[in-house]
Ligand binder design. Structure first.
Ligand SMILES: *Cc1c(COP(=O)(O)O)cnc(C)c1O
Length: 400
């Protein structure tokens, strides 16, 4: 699963290039930096790896979503549709730009249900954020087709699916842009960090300038240059040390995915013996980044019996219906409209009128699916002992 498992000499060497110059910043210091531009190099290599025209590094995956939404011109009065099974960061970013998150059901892919998406589009919808959750593809081709019919932007939240593809095409390159996270538990990590990829050069320039206090990046694309300021910005700049680590991690990404696919296949084989088991539907099994193994069981009771048995052998799985960070009915702070803002914004207008009420029963299809779904994170390094322990636990669970 995470890149932290394989942090090693390659990362240290890249970091030393930065420490040798003492230039920790991505812009300027041109004499001292001895031509070391780690963040810029990371962006270029990441874009090339994904097959995108441009990449913009930022401070986190959440910042990547916020910068992308902002550069697309999305703000108060707009609705942004995402799925009710995702990490809280996806809708935090939507609220952060002043727009309203609207949630869809997930289907057997455990990602956005395109049929439900159609029902959730209104005249206020401006953007769709499908999430490639748990390392595997959303039905992105269907989703972008729907978006096109309605003239909507698509930001692919690819935070959990670096290295994932459909028919060889990297996730994050199907929509208007794709966002990534390099936080502590992601497939590649820079400690904290994020990236946005796009083919749209004008959009890239807007993101580049916005994330750097509005500095004019026209004369010198990807870097500073002019003194103009086209609009107000903010600061989401990545540090050179993060860029350095990212370069070393990116070089390992294909190896990470290959190792995970191998480990996942072994676990899947063992899980296949559980009566009534159905594996998560993959849009393209070959392009699965294989960071997680997910399967559904006959019903909630069966799922709980199986997990109790797995726990007894010391190999309990995750049931996301019980997880408070990734599933809509558990987001009590969102449902309750809890905010630090005294006026109640963004849930209420400044004068107190409630803008939106989230009903916990709003996504019955997702709830019915997730309550009988079990998930194992798949590690890069799994010893034979650990694998055989997990396979043994899955075999024992066939009998319950
Ligand atoms: C991790 C994650 C993010 C946010 O990334 P950070 O770098 O932690 O801010 C966004 N979306 C999803 C689906 C994630 O898993």
């Amino acid at each position: 699963m995470p890149g932290f498992e394989i942090f090693g000499e390659e990362e240290k060497k890249e970091i030393m290039d930065v420490l040798d110059t003492g230039v920790l910043f991505r812009y300027e210091f041109n004499e001292q930096r001895k031509n070391v531009f780690k963040v810029r190099e990371f962006e270029e290599k990441f874009a090339r790896y994904c097959g995108a025209n441009q990449a913009q590094a930022v401070t986190s995956g959440t910042a990547a979503l916020k910068v992308a939404l902002t550069a697309l011109g999305i703000g108060p009065g707009d609705e942004v549709i995402t799925q009710g099974f995702t990490f809280v960061a996806t809708w935090e970013a939507i609220l952060e730009v002043g727009a309203l998150p609207v949630f869809t059901e997930v289907d057997a892919t455990l990602n956005m249900d395109p049929e439900d998406l159609k029902k959730k589009i209104t005249s206020k919808t401006k953007c769709i954020i499908p999430v490639h959750m748990l390392g595997a593809q959303a039905r992105i081709e269907e989703i972008t087709a729907i978006a096109k019919q309605h003239g909507l932007e698509v930001i692919e939240d690819t935070a959990q699916a670096a290295g994932g593809r459909i028919k060889g095409q990297h996730l994050g390159t199907f929509g208007t842009c794709g966002t990534f996270s390099f936080d502590a538990v992601k497939t590649i990590t820079t400690g904290e960090g994020g990236m946005i990829i796009t083919d749209d050069v004008a959009l890239w320039r807007a993101m580049s300038e916005y994330h750097d206090h509005g500095h004019d990046h026209k004369v010198n694309p990807g870097a500073r240059g002019g003194e103009g300021r086209r609009f107000v910005g903010s600061n989401y700049r990545m540090m050179e040390l993060q860029g350095a680590i990212g370069l070393a991690q990116l070089a390992k990404l294909d190896g990470i995915v290959a190792a995970q696919q191998k480990n996942k296949a072994i676990l899947m084989h063992a899980a296949a013996g559980i009566p009534g088991v159905v594996f998560r539907e993959l849009v393209d099994a070959d392009g699965d980044s294989a960071t997680f193994l997910s399967f559904t069981l006959q019903d909630r009771e069966h799922c709980q019996r199986v997990n109790a048995s797995l726990r007894k052998s010391g190999h309990g799985a995750i049931n996301f219906a019980e997880n408070s960070w990734h599933f809509y009915p558990k987001w009590e702070h969102l449902l309750g409209g809890k905010t630090l803002t005294k006026s109640g914004y963004p849930f209420s207008e400044p004068y107190g009128k409630r803008r939106i009420v989230y009903d916990p029963q709003f996504l019955p299809q997702s709830a019915a699916l997730l309550e009988r779904t079990l998930v194992y994170p798949v590690a890069i390094k799994m010893s034979d002992e650990r694998l055989s322990g997990m396979c043994g636990a899955l075999k024992d669970a066939q009998k319950v």
